[in-house]
Ligand binder design. Structure first.
Ligand code: ADP
Ligand code: MG
Length: 288
């Protein structure tokens, strides 16, 4: 089994590990509120789908405010399930998720709406309404989660329209506001997806394989926008990624899943050959 790009530095120097000290010093036990800015705590998370597939198996980890956390693992290892459990687009079977002190797993519908407004999502296949204008797709982010029916309603206050234009400019697409979404290239569509997520003024972004549908050059373009949003706006980013080189280049820290189990958490630089085989399987080979 080959993983193109794994182990190869494709885009400049690795990140310096802004959070290395905070993570190193953080107490592993005790009240999480006493920690150094933990915003998300996942405890003993298990997901068993109807039909019996064990997609997540007793997964626990914490996320610091402003951290860029990569989630890696083979296809089917549970990355999407994990990201979607965090805002309960998927209902966990067991375990607890705490976000800014709120128990997400116990939240009622109203609380959940409020939580979801603070968490933006970016999708592998962009999830745009293809026939709608770019600006309409961005404005849809104002409505919380992407709802294709609602996104067709073109009545937004001028302040929202102004904000949408700002967000489009942020991702370098100011001139495309009136284009139809399906006239854009894949990379441009994902930038629209990011602008849409930014319309929520999110405190955290969950990005599920945001570059898996793009070629490697475009992948860096998209990752750089996520990096900028993370660093400039202090938006915490949880991002599942397929390629280790992207993890090395963009992530502060990485967690790895294998068959639903958390098999590693730490700095990307700590993934040595043994760890790599634990994550990707014995027959996996680095390329490059
Ligand atoms: P990844 O995102 O890492 O590819 P997923 O979270 O999509 O992994 O899937 C984890 C496991 O759960 C896989 O075995 C997958 O087949 C299974 N799975 C995912 N979604 C469903 C579902 N809706 N119903 C049943 N099994 C599912
Ligand atoms: Mg997935």
């Amino acid at each position: 089994m080959h993983f193109p790009g794994c182990g190869r530095e494709a885009g400049g120097a690795p990140r310096s590990g802004r959070f290395a000290n905070a993570l190193g010093l953080r107490a592993q036990t005790g009240d999480w509120r006493l920690g150094t800015g933990t915003v998300l705590k996942v405890e003993n998370l298990t997901k068993i789908y109807d039909g019996g597939v064990l997609a997540l198996d007793d997964v626990s980890f914490e996320v610091e405010d402003g951290e860029f956390l990569a989630v890696i693992g083979l296809s089917g290892s549970g990355k999407s399930t994990l990201l979607r459990c965090i805002n309960r687009l998927i209902e966990p079977t067991e375990g607890r998720i705490t976000w800014h002190g709120v128990d997400v797993t116990a939240a009622n519908q109203e609380e959940l709406r409020r939580i979801r407004r603070r968490i933006g999502m970016v999708f592998q296949h962009f999830n745009l309404v293809h026939r709608s204008k770019v600006i309409t797709n961005v404005l849809a982010g104002r409505l919380g989660y992407v709802n294709p029916a609602l996104s067709l309603i073109n009545r937004f206050p001028p302040s929202d329209v102004r904000m949408a234009k700002e967000k489009l400019a942020r991702v370098g697409l100011a001139e495309k506001a009136k284009a139809r979404a399906d006239e854009l290239s894949g990379g441009q569509q994902q930038r629209v997806g990011i602008a849409r997520a930014l319309m929520q003024n999110p405190e955290m972004i969950l990005a599920d394989e945001p570059v898996a549908s793009l070629d490697p050059v475009l992948a860096h373009g998209i990752m750089k926008y996520l990096e900028d949003i993370n660093a400039s706006d202090n938006i915490t980013v949880l991002c599942s990624l397929h390629f280790l080189d992207l993890v090395h280049r963009y992530a502060d820290r990485v967690i790895a899943l294998n068959e639903g189990k958390l098999v590693f958490q730490g700095p990307p630089s700590a993934i040595d050959d043994d760890m790599f085989k634990d994550i990707y399987g014995q027959e996996a080979e680095r390329v490059g």
